[in-house]
Ligand binder design. Sequence first.
Ligand code: NI
Length: 182
Amino acid sequence: MNNDKLEIRIYNDPVLREKARPVAVVTPRHVEIARQMAEMMYGSRGVGLAANQVGLTERIIVVDVEWHKREEDNTNPGRQPIFMVNPEVTEESDTDDVASEGCLSLPGIEGDVWRPASIRYRYTDLEGRPVEAAAEGLKARCIQHEIDHLNGVLFIDRMEPAERKKLAGQLAKLRQSGPVRV
Ligand code: NI
């Protein structure tokens, strides 16, 4: 990749509404993108980031939902990013769960979102190996939120319309704001 520094794209950026394309073969370029994404996620104190959020429409996400806790506990290493290429949910629980979500692309916005409480999922790791796993709780929520990004979907799309309406003023302000540099 060239030397352009990646930056986190905010709500008004159309790339957040694009559908990212599958990665055919994991190359060193993807590894470098993933590494930069993790740096930006940790730098912004986030727990997940999708490639669309840094302006790239390729199916790559990074997730690390417990690093704050590990950092507080002084567990080494505090940062254990999970890189997922072409992540896919293969099974959803019948039970849904609600929790408040936020997003690095929607600074200052939070809202309750219902999602399947647990999932099974698969992805390709940065060595090109297929991985299958299960998740629940915050990790399941975060993976679903990031896969949504790859499909051009934001968490506000999944909020109850009445709840989303309350955010209209804040969203309008975000829409007018320029890119946020991180
Ligand atoms: Ni997000």
